[in-house]
Design a binder for this molecule. Structure first.
Ligand SMILES: CC(C)(COP(=O)(O)OP(=O)(O)OC[C@H]1O[C@@H](n2cnc3c(N)ncnc32)[C@H](O)[C@@H]1OP(=O)(O)O)[C@@H](O)C(=O)NCCC(=O)NCCS
Length: 409
C-alpha cells in the first residue's frame, strides 16, 4: 500500500527488528542505553506476533511503525475475548505529517478485517486529538489519585489480619502473576499477559526513583516506586503506585493502608487506577483523595457485525441503528440490533427506518459498558428518530462496573 512517496507493509522480525525498535522508541523520545531493555521487549513482541506489525517505508528506510497484536481482554459478560491491541505507533521526527500514520491505520483495519480473529481494535492515545478521525471512541477513563500520607480510614473498614510484606520484583514474581491471573478474567478491560507483556506492565519508566518494589498480601499486591524528596521540615517523598491488584476488599484495604502509612512519604500517587476505585469511600474524609480523570481506552469496531456479539448486554433491545463510518465503509448503513433476555446480541443488515443515527466511534465508546449513550446524545453526537431508543440502548450497553485497564500497552 502506498501514499505519496511512502509505502506500508507488514514488518518481519528477520528484516526489520532493529530498525523497528529504534523508530518505536525514538518516536517517544526514549533514546539512550537506559532504554535497551525496552527495545529488547519491543523486538520480542514483534517476534511473538509475526504479521501484526506494520511499517511505513521511504524507499528502503523504515520511517513509521505500528502494531496490532491480538490479546485477550475481559469483555462485559463474556469473559476473555480476542482484541487487537494497537501499540508502538510512531513516525520518525523527520517524516511527520506526510500521511504515514493514516496509511498505517488503513493497512491495520484491513489487516484486522482480513485476518478475522477479532472485530475490535483498541488503544491508549498519547494525545487526545489523533484517533477520533479513524473511528476510535473513548470507552474508558482512568483516574489519577493523590493521597497524603497518614490519611485516616473510616470506622469499620476490614483490613484482614495478615501483615503486608515488602518484596523485590524477583521475590514477588510468582505471587503477582497468580493474583493477576485470578483477578483479570472478572475485570472488564483487563488483558491477559505473557512474558513480554509483563515487562511492559511493570517497566520502571520513572527515572530518579527506586526500582519497582512490591507490597504483598494474600490475594493482592501493589507495585510501587519511591522518589526521594527531602525538604527543610523533613522528608516528603512520593510513593508512586504502578499497579495495585486485590481479589478481596480486605486485601485492597490492607495494601492501601500499608502504602498510606509508610515512613518518609509525603504523597501517595497513582496515575491509572479505575474511576470506580473504592478508596475514597473507605476514608473518614473522602476529599483527602484528589482525583483527575482522563480518557484511557479508545475502542474502534473494525467489523461491527462480529464485534457487537462478542459481549453480552444488560437489557433486551430491538433497534435499527444507522451507522456512519467514513474510514471503514463496510460498517456504514443500517443494522438491526436485537438483544434477547439472556443478553445475547444478533446484528444484521436492515432496510427498515432507523431508530437512531450514530457514528462508529460512538458505538466503540459504549462497547465496553462504561459510557452512557445518553451522554453522547447530550454532546450532540447521536440523532434519535424513535423516542426512547437512546435510553433503551443506554440500559442495554451499560455494564455492572466501569471498564478499566491497569497497564499501558
Ligand atoms: C502521532 C504520530 C504517530 C502521527 O504520525 P504522522 O505520520 O505525522 O501522522 P499523519 O501525517 O499520517 O497524520 C494523519 C492525521 O492525523 C493528524 N495528526 C497527526 N498527528 C497528530 C497529533 N499529534 N495531534 C493531532 N493530530 C495529529 C494529522 O493532522 C492528519 O490529519 P488528517 O489526515 O485528518 O488531515 C507522530 O506524530 C508521532 O510519532 N508522535 C510521537 C509518538 C506518538 O505520540 N505516537 C502515538 C502513540 S498513541
Amino acid at each position: 500500500m502506498s501514499t505519496g512517496d511512502l509505502h506500508v507493509r507488514a514488518m518481519t522480525p528477520a528484516d526489520d527488528a532493529e530498525a523497528y525498535a529504534r523508530v518505536a522508541t525514538e518516536a517517544f523520545y526514549l533514546e539512550g542505553s537506559e532504554h535497551d531493555e525496552l527495545r529488547k521487549a519491543e523486538i520480542a513482541l514483534l517476534q511473538a506476533h509475526p504479521g501484526d506489525y506494520q511499517g511505513a517505508f521511504d524507499g528502503d528506510e523504515l520511517v513509521a511503525v505500528a502494531g496490532c497484536p491480538i490479546r485477550l481482554m475481559t469483555l462485559p459478560g463474556n469473559g476473555q475475548q480476542p482484541v487487537a491491541c494497537v501499540t508502538a505507533v510512531g513516525t520518525a521526527t523527520s517524516h511527520r505529517r506526510r500521511g504515514a500514520l493514516r496509511a498505517m491505520m488503513r493497512f491495520q483495519v484491513e489487516h484486522i478485517r482480513k485476518e478475522g480473529r477479532t472485530g475490535i481494535a483498541l488503544l491508549s492515545a498519547s494525545e487526545g486529538s489523533i484517533y477520533g478521525r479513524f473511528g476510535y471512541g473513548i470507552a474508558s477513563e482512568r483516574a489519577n489519585f493523590e493521597v497524603p500520607r497518614g490519611t485516616e480510614f473510616a470506622a469499620g473498614v476490614d483490613f484482614g489480619s495478615e501483615r503486608v510484606r515488602h518484596l523485590t520484583q524477583e521475590q514477588a514474581r510468582d505471587h503477582v502473576r497468580a493474583v493477576y491471573e485470578q483477578v483479570a478474567p472478572a475485570r472488564v478491560g483487563w488483558l491477559t499477559r505473557d512474558e513480554h507483556n509483563w515487562i511492559f506492565a511493570h517497566f520502571p519508566a520513572t527515572g530518579g526513583a527506586t526500582p519497582m518494589r512490591f507490597a504483598v498480601v494474600s490475594g493482592g499486591y501493589a507495585a510501587y516506586q519511591i522518589k526521594a524528596n527531602w525538604q527543610r521540615r523533613g522528608p516528603a517523598s512520593e510513593l508512586m503506585i504502578k499497579e495495585l491488584v486485590a481479589a478481596t476488599p480486605a486485601a485492597h484495604a490492607a495494601l492501601w493502608r500499608e502504602l498510606i502509612n509508610l515512613d518518609q512519604i509525603g504523597e501517595i500517587t497513582w496515575d491509572r487506577t479505575g474511576v470506580e476505585d473504592p478508596l475514597p469511600r473507605m476514608l473518614r474524609d473522602p476529599r483527602q483523595v484528589t482525583v483527575d480523570v482522563v480518557d484511557d481506552l479508545w475502542v474502534r469496531l473494525v467489523d461491527l457485525s462480529t464485534a457487537l456479539p462478542a459481549r453480552t448486554y444488560s437489557a433486551p433491545v430491538d433497534a435499527v441503528l444507522e451507522v456512519t463510518d467514513e474510514f471503514c465503509p463496510w460498517n456504514a448503513g443500517r443494522w438491526r440490533l436485537v438483544v434477547d433476555d439472556k443478553g445475547q446480541a444478533t446484528v444484521e443488515r436492515s432496510t427498515a427506518d432507523p431508530d437512531v443515527r450514530l457514528d462508529i466511534a460512538d458505538l466503540g465508546a459504549i462497547f465496553l459498558g462504561g459510557v452512557r449513550l445518553t451522554r453522547l446524545a447530550a454532546a450532540g453526537r447521536v440523532v434519535e428518530h424513535r423516542a426512547g431508543t437512546v435510553s433503551a440502548l443506554t440500559r442495554t450497553f451499560l455494564g455492572d462496573t466501569a471498564p478499566h485497564i491497569p497497564e499501558v500497552f
